[in-house]
Design a protein around this ligand. Structure first.
Ligand SMILES: [Zn+2]
Ligand SMILES: [Zn+2]
Length: 290
């Protein structure tokens, strides 16, 4: 639709990334452990996976999923370029943060899957592919919006209260982040973002084990997408209907959040619903009116 031209000249409007394509990408990868688990059950119906087998298995699969998301986003950055590209290129992971980031990523994988195991593992997990109810798509959307509410409140506070900003500013050391930098934060913030906020959300909007795992996959996908900087009008794969109300989240929105720094705008990480409600939306620049 939009031809790619030389970087030095104006490339026109960014292309639109189809939502269906991203849902196929997410679901085809996120279902892998559930399919394998189900096959094992069909082959050995007497054997129920103990926690010590299932937990590491799902952590590894979740890591594999995250890796595929990062690879996809990096590929699209090369293909389509990134936002605000005339100003500056993307930031690399700061050398002094490499170990910290690697630890943070590992903790993220262990804790987020841990929440799902803690809340749901014993309940009917023998048939993981049949562990879904018809209302899952609705609850998934509700879960994301609820998570975003808790996140909004906490995130806005970190920008407005100086003590909390000292913690959150680590995440803002990058003005032009990449997918992998989504997780870069200070320990106290990681604790809240990785454990407390999603745990609270899962208590408000309950899920079964398999539903919880697919929800995790969608959530990390959006968190990484939001930091990828890919120059495209690329919306949330589930909450895209909010676009019609000016409350959807696309890549440019969180990218702008990083450029604003402490002064803050676009606090939501799954939508701009709460930013609309509380008047903290920033106008899009390169995808304005799309
Ligand atoms: Zn922030
Ligand atoms: Zn961020």
């Amino acid at each position: 639709m939009h031809e790619l031209k030389d970087d030095s000249i104006d490339r026109g409007l960014p292309p639109v990334q189809p939502v269906w394509k991203e849902n196929i990408f997410i679901l085809s990868r996120a279902f892998v452990p559930l399919v394998l688990h189900q096959m094992a059950y069909i082959a050995f119906p007497q054997y129920k996976w103990p926690f010590a087998l299932a937990y590491p298995f799902y952590i590894l699969c979740f890591m594999g999923f995250a890796l595929q998301v990062v690879t996809r986003m990096s590929g699209y950055c090369v293909k389509l370029g990134t936002f605000d590209e005339k100003q500056i290129g993307r930031d690399r992971t700061p050398d002094k943060s490499v170990n910290h980031l690697a630890g943070g990523i590992l903790a993220y994988m262990i804790i987020r899957t841990g929440i799902d195991f803690y809340l749901n593992y014993d309940k009917g997990v023998q048939n993981p592919l049949f562990d879904f109810s018809w209302s899952f798509p609705i609850r998934l959307a509700l879960w994301e919006v609820t998570l975003d509410y808790f996140f909004y409140v906490y995130h806005r506070a970190t920008h407005e209260v100086d003590y909390l900003w000292n913690i959150h500013k680590h995440h803002h050391t990058t003005k032009h982040p990449t997918a992998i930098l989504a997780i870069l934060a200070e320990e106290k913030q990681e604790f809240l973002e990785v454990l407390t906020i999603p745990l609270l959300t899962s208590l408000v909007v309950p899920m079964t084990f398999s539903e919880g795992y697919i929800t995790l996959a969608y959530t990390i996908y959006v968190e990484m997408l939001g930091h990828s900087g890919v120059r495209a009008h690329w919306c949330h794969p589930i909450l895209w209907p909010l676009e019609a109300f000016g409350a959807g989240l696309a890549v440019e929105d969180h990218d702008l959040h990083h450029r604003f720094g402490k002064s803050g705008k676009n606090y939501g990480k799954q939508s701009r619903l709460w930013d609309r409600v509380f008047g903290t939306c920033a106008e899009r620049i390169e995808t304005w009116g799309m």
